[in-house]
Structures are given as structure tokens and as C-alpha cells.
Design a protein around this ligand. Structure first.
Ligand SMILES: [Zn+2]
Ligand SMILES: [Zn+2]
Length: 247
């Protein structure tokens, strides 16, 4: 008997789909109608291995192209490509602020991860996160996701991003030539790859904190082997004049 994808599903311990009535085409049409609802994709991926495969190949790709069409065109132009399977990582990057676990990537801050309704990613903003020598690299960085009044930490901002063609980027070359350390235990929340420490490599320019509206010595970020960026900063309070001008 030829094992179809639906049949293979029967052998997965975690799978609850025992009949495989739905074809890829039907799922595609249904999810198109649902505007590639990411929470539903995640929920179904957890229950069915067959669906998870389809989501990684097709659904996350359509999701990304629908939510950030210009950014996706740019990330994939000039022969650049995103390795198969990384569409789901990219999709999650667009809509999920990963927060931080106690004893996680960033000190002892505990802020749970959460979905975000919509985040703006900017290539211009990304330039501020690169040393002058590396500014020909293309990096998209989000606006900070603000978590206010986090005890001693004050106002915390998380930001995330992605490099275009990270494999051939100047940043990657420099990280390797400087023997930048990787985090010993934590991995990228989007693709599970190891993470380089940009602060330890002394590769965070002061323009980055300016861009975020953060204290200059209170910013750090990591880049994973696939070019996802994860960062944290302490945001400056609004000054009196800022508040006055808003009234
Ligand atoms: Zn957040
Ligand atoms: Zn990653």
C-alpha cells in the first residue's frame, strides 16, 4: 500500500485525525477564507502531524505574504531565499512577542510571551542596529513591544527582527571573526537555533538605543544562526516636555 500523507498521520502518536478526509486544496481554501488565522494554524498544528507539515510548507508562507507583502518580496528578492520550513518561524516572528522566562535570555525578567495584533517592521529602522561597517546588510526590526512598570526594570521594550540573506551577511562574518559567544542554553524561540550575543561581541551601536527611545547602556540583543533577532531594552520615560506637548 502506498503511504499517503493522510495515512502517515495515523502513525503519529499526537495525531487525532484518523480519517484524512480533507485534501490540501480544501484546507488551503478554508484558510484563505479565514485570512490565514495564525492561532488556528498553531492550534491545529499541535494536534495533527499531517496538518503541521502542510502549515510549514504552505499556510505560513501565505500568511507571511498576506500580512507583510513588501517585506516578504524584499526578503526573497535577488536570489535570497528562506530555507523551507522557516516560513512558520517567520510567521511567528511577525505576530509573537516571545517575552522572557526567569533565568532565560535576559537576566531575571519574567514576562510571558504573547500574540501581538500588528507590528511594524522597518528596514530603515534596522540600519540603526548595525555597525557602520555592516550597514549594507538588510535587517528588518520591529518597534519595541512595551511592557510598562516591570518593577526594578522599569519600562521594558522587546524588539525582534530578521536579516535578509543572513548566511552571506557582514554581521555573520564579523560575529565569526570576533569569535562571538553563543548563549550556552537558550535557543531562538522562533526556529530553535543557537543564538549569538551581540552585546558580548560589542556589535550594538548607540544608534540602536536612540532608535528605540531606550537608555544607552540598557539594550542587548541576540541573533540566531538563521538570522532572527531578539532584543530587550529599558525604555526612557516620557519627559515632561513630551507629556506637555501631548496635552
Ligand atoms: Zn511584548
Ligand atoms: Zn531563529
Amino acid at each position: 500500500m502506498i503511504l499517503t500523507k493522510q495515512h502517515r498521520c495515523l502513525h503519529s502518536a499526537s495525531c487525532v485525525c484518523t480519517k484524512g478526509h480533507l485534501t490540501e486544496e480544501v484546507i488551503f481554501l478554508v484558510f484563505n477564507h479565514l485570512n490565514w488565522n495564525p492561532k488556528l494554524i498553531v492550534a491545529l498544528s499541535c494536534t495533527c502531524k499531517w496538518f503541521d507539515d502542510l502549515a510549514k510548507r504552505v499556510l505560513w508562507k501565505e500568511f507571511c505574504k498576506t500580512r507583510a507583502p513588501k517585506m516578504m518580496l524584499d526578503l526573497h528578492s535577488n536570489g535570497s531565499h528562506i530555507v523551507d520550513g522557516n516560513w512558520s518561524a517567520l510567521g511567528k516572528l511577525l505576530i509573537y512577542c516571545s517575552g522572557n522566562n526567569k533565568n532565560g535570555l535576559f537576566n531575571n525578567i519574567h514576562i510571558p510571551g504573547h500574540f501581538v495584533y500588528r507590528t511594524r517592521f522597518s528596514r530603515t529602522s534596522g540600519k540603526s542596529f548595525l555597525l557602520p561597517h555592516c550597514r549594507t546588510d538588510v535587517l528588518y526590526v520591529s518597534d519595541p513591544c512595551e511592557h510598562l512598570d516591570q518593577g526594578e526594570e522599569g519600562d521594558v521594550g522587546f524588539f525582534r527582527g530578521i536579516f535578509k540573506s543572513f548566511a552571506t551577511s557582514k554581521v555573520r562574518k564579523m560575529l565569526i571573526s570576533r569569535s562571538a559567544p553563543m548563549h550556552p542554553t537558550e535557543v531562538c524561540p522562533y526556529c530553535k537555533a543557537k543564538l549569538w550575543n551581540m552585546l558580548a561581541a560589542k556589535m550594538i551601536p548607540s544608534s540602536a538605543s536612540c532608535r528605540l527611545g531606550a537608555y544607552e547602556d540598557c539594550i542587548e540583543y541576540y541573533v540566531c544562526l538563521n538570522g532572527h533577532v531578539l532584543g530587550i531594552c529599558t525604555l526612557l520615560p516620557l519627559s515632561d516636555t513630551d507629556e506637555a506637548s501631548e496635552e
